[in-house]
Design a binder for this molecule. Structure first.
Ligand code: FES
Length: 107
């Protein structure tokens, strides 16, 4: 049995240059973080799984990882995998689709 998903337009592709991140909200108020690395766009939940830090506001890129500046925890941007203490719980990830220059997130 498959779950129904929704595709939501979150920003224009040009609003997210390579090497940048952007926070935005889904229609239900869930905050997500968008990242563009090496030309590809990824989306994860915006709130660090260790505390209440916003990764789009307080995160720093380290290669293909996002570091939470509050306590130094890290996550893989592409998979949400937690990869540095004190973060052990992964971030939720969201599939991203580009349609006519607009970034859409599946949720
Ligand atoms: Fe992110 Fe502690 S709140 S590492």
């Amino acid at each position: 049995m498959s779950e129904l998903t929704t595709l939501t337009a979150v920003c224009a592709e040009h609003e997210l240059p390579d090497g940048e991140m952007l926070g935005c909200s889904l229609p239900d108020g869930t905050r997500i973080a968008l990242y563009r690395l090496h030309g590809r766009i990824y989306a994860t939940s915006d709130t660090c799984t260790h505390g209440e830090a916003s990764l789009s506001d307080d995160g720093l890129f380290h290669g293909d990882e996002i570091e939470c500046s509050w306590h130094g925890g890290r996550f893989k941007v592409a998979t949400g995998e937690a990869c540095a203490s004190p973060c052990w719980e992964p971030l939720r990830t969201y599939p991203v689709t580009i349609v006519d220059g607009t970034v859409h997130v599946e949720h």
